[in-house]
Ligand binder design. Structure first.
Ligand SMILES: Nc1ncnc2c1ncn2[C@@H]1O[C@H](COP(=O)(O)OP(=O)(O)OP(=O)(O)O)[C@@H](O)[C@H]1O
Ligand SMILES: [Mg+2]
Length: 481
């Protein structure tokens, strides 16, 4: 039996099918968003979620407080917990009805009215997992506990959560990368391979501690020219005229149609061929394009390509440290790797895996497209069918493509400013408005977890667990001692 926190009372229009009001037992507290169970029969409960609470305290009406202040009277009495007319009411919305039979819990659409006087209790892991449709198995992904006094452990089933993609958002310093690290530990424990685009090199230590490998583009891995999208290629070669871009694009696409893999030399040949047909021989356009293309040989990240099969076979975590790369290079790296992984998964040459990108707004911006947008969208759409789960992390929901993030099925929303919240409409699922309004004030390391029927049925606040590995994102001290 879990702790009893109060009883259902009649208050305003409640209880009704949507809401109940709970008079809390003296000394008990509930938290916004906390799930509670209301007894409605033998082995039957309503699961309700606290949206608000209020203290009823006639001893502290403004008139009384004023008189006491004028007369300089002691006011400690009205702060006592055991005054007959002072109590706390919690307002809660009805989420589900639950029945226990043969030791297991089944969930229904709520159809029973809560009775006044019924006991209201905290929940435990059995209830939490049944209500949210999540796991309660220790072997699954353990992310932390509910952010309420019940501190119920939250486990997620990788089969349900990972293929449908994860979004992690929050303002700077709210705990996104720390949480990505928690997921890194858990995925490593379960044995799911992960490839991580690490823009700040902040997962290097954790990767090594977990027995993975840190790779540096241009030194340890390269991407094949043929894996780039045309936009990524053009961005790596700035200052081409429009005509030169046309020649390059035409040659690149023509070669892509002919071969699945090629390098700079093949592209040079194709430019020669295509250029002879579409440029005026009296101009030097073709030769200038060839000269510029030749310079791709100096772009360190482009080369023979990487044998992902081998790398993934040897390392369950591959952390790609992109600290030394420009934004264009990072886009090219992420885009090209995503394309190579899709092909390899389609041929089933690598196991199902997680592909994770920080600063996701760089790849799927809200206005216009980045060269990598198309492949990231493709991954979101088809990832579930081919076994690639995406983790997208961003601090700027304002700058990210809204349609794409709505397609992520499980979201972890850390503290965010009010103006950013506006841009997350559609990812809150059934979060009560009172809890959304409170999101800017969430503590570091606490987030709102939302999902869908297939992942997490109801929104809940989660306090992320402590890391076992080193978090590399600590803010360095500005003061030198
Ligand atoms: N769950 C947690 N438990 C304890 N401390 C935490 C937790 N989450 C975050 N922190 C602390 O907060 C700091 C900032 O967290 P983190 O680096 O994850 O921020 P972030 O959201 O990734 O920010 P940015 O957008 O700037 O990258 C961490 O260095 C760590 O000290
Ligand atoms: Mg971070």
């Amino acid at each position: 039996m879990t702790e009893e926190v109060g009883k259902v009372v009649h208050f305003e229009e409640t209880p009704n099918f949507r809401k109940v009001t709970v008079k809390l037992t003296v000394g008990k507290q509930v938290f916004p968003g906390e799930l509670l169970r209301v007894e409605i029969g033998k082995d039957r409960w309503l699961i309700v979620r606290v949206t608000d609470a209020r203290e009823i305290n006639p001893y502290e009406k403004p008139e009384q407080a004023h008189v006491r202040e004028l007369l300089n009277l002691d006011d400690s009495l009205s702060h006592r917990e055991d005054l007959p007319r002072k109590f706390t009411l919690a307002i809660a919305e009805v989420l589900e009805e639950i029945e226990k039979s043969n030791g297991s819990l089944s969930v229904f659409e709520p159809h029973t009215l809560a009775r006044v006087g019924s006991g209201v209790f905290r929940i435990d892991e059995d209830f939490l997992s049944s209500v949210l449709g999540i796991s309660k198995e220790e072997k699954n992904i353990f992310i932390g506990t509910t952010a309420d006094p019940s501190k119920t452990k939250v486990f997620l089933d990788p089969e349900r959560i990972l293929p449908r993609h994860i979004l992690i958002v929050g303002s700077t310093g709210t705990g996104k990368s720390y949480f990505r690290g928690v997921l890194m530990e858990e995925l490593a424990r379960i044995g799911i391979p992960q490839i991580n685009i690490d823009i700040h090199g902040e997962y290097n230590k954790a990767t090594e501690e977990l027995g993975g490998t840190v790779v540096i583009p241009g030194r340890d891995i390269t991407i094949r020219l043929s894996s780039l999208g045309e936009g990524e290629l053009l961005n790596l070669m700035p200052k081409l005229t429009e005509l030169q871009q046309d020649v390059l694009r035409t040659a690149f696409l023509s070669l892509k149609r002919k071969r699945s893999e090629f390098g700079v030399d093949e592209l040079l040949k194709e430019i020669e061929e295509v250029g002879s047909k579409i440029t005026d021989p009296r101009t030097r356009t073709k030769d200038l394009v060839k000269m510029r293309t030749e310079s791709l040989k100096d772009v360190k990240i482009i080369g023979e390509g990487t044998d992902w099969r081998e790398l993934i076979r040897k390392n369950k975590i591959i952390n790609i440290d992109c600290r030394m790369n420009s934004q264009w290079e990072i886009q090219a790296i992420a885009g090209a790797i995503a394309r190579e992984l899709i092909t390899l998964r389609q041929k089933e040459e690598i196991p199902p895996l997680i592909f994770s990108v920080d600063e996701a707004h760089m790849f799927i911006p809200s206005s216009g497209d980045s060269p990598a947008s198309q492949v990231i969208r493709e991954l979101i759409r088809m990832g579930r069918h081919i076994g690639i789960g995406l983790i997208l992390i961003t601090q700027n929901p304002m700058d990210i493509d809204k349609r794409t993030i709505k397609l992520t099925n499980t979201r972890f929303i850390f503290a965010l400013e009010q103006d950013q919240l506006e841009h997350l409409k559609g990812v809150f699922s059934d979060t009560p408005k009172e809890i959304i309004a409170n999101l800017p004030k969430l503590e570091t390391g606490t987030c709102l977890m939302t999902g869908s029927r297939e992942s997490i049925r109801h929104a809940v606040l989660v306090k992320i667990r402590k890391r076992r590995t080193t978090h590399g994102g600590e803010t360095p001290s500005m003061v030198v001692e």
